[in-house]
Write a protein that binds this ligand. Structure first.
Ligand SMILES: [Zn+2]
Length: 149
């Protein structure tokens, strides 16, 4: 997706990530080897470096105010509300029915039809929402909550 087509929130995230990358390259920010929260090194990346993320704990308006967290802690601590929760739901009724029409469920396993991860992923990208949103839409769970009114 082009920067100009992004939602304001996604733009600020992108800008914040760029600012961190620039500061790391210039040495004004230094990525530690351990997580500030659990003090463990992150899982090894393929190049052998610890994978410690810069977590924007104050929000993207403070691009260089990051806490360095392992991916596990980052996942837990990120206060970023989901798009649905923050009132930025992008799915209207039409989109929901489109998703349901496009969705191809994976084969029934053990008598239960499970959402297909690949397809949910593809639809999430197509509709610009999280994969779990797609899963909830296709499983028909409380989707009304997701729909902007
Ligand atoms: Zn951690």
């Amino acid at each position: 997706m082009k920067f100009s087509e992004m939602l304001p929130h996604d733009r600020s995230r992108k800008l914040a990530h760029r600012a961190v990358a620039k500061a790391l390259a210039e040495g004004t920010l230094i990525r530690p080897r351990i997580c500030e929260n659990c003090l463990n090194p992150g899982p090894e990346a393929s190049d052998g470096r610890a994978t410690i993320h810069g977590h924007h704990y104050k929000g993207y308006e403070f691009p260089l105010d990051v806490k360095w967290l392992c991916s596990k802690c980052h996942c837990k601590e990120d206060p970023r509300p989901s798009k649905e929760a923050s009132g930025m739901a992008k799915l209207d009724r039409e989109a929901v029915s489109l998703i349901r029409a496009k969705y191809k469920p994976s084969p029934i396993k053990g008598g239960r039809r499970k959402p297909s991860p690949t397809c949910c992923h593809a639809l999430a990208i197509e509709f610009g929402v999280s994969k779990s949103t797609i899963e909830r839409v296709v499983r028909n769970l409380a989707w009304v909550d997701e729909v902007s009114v």
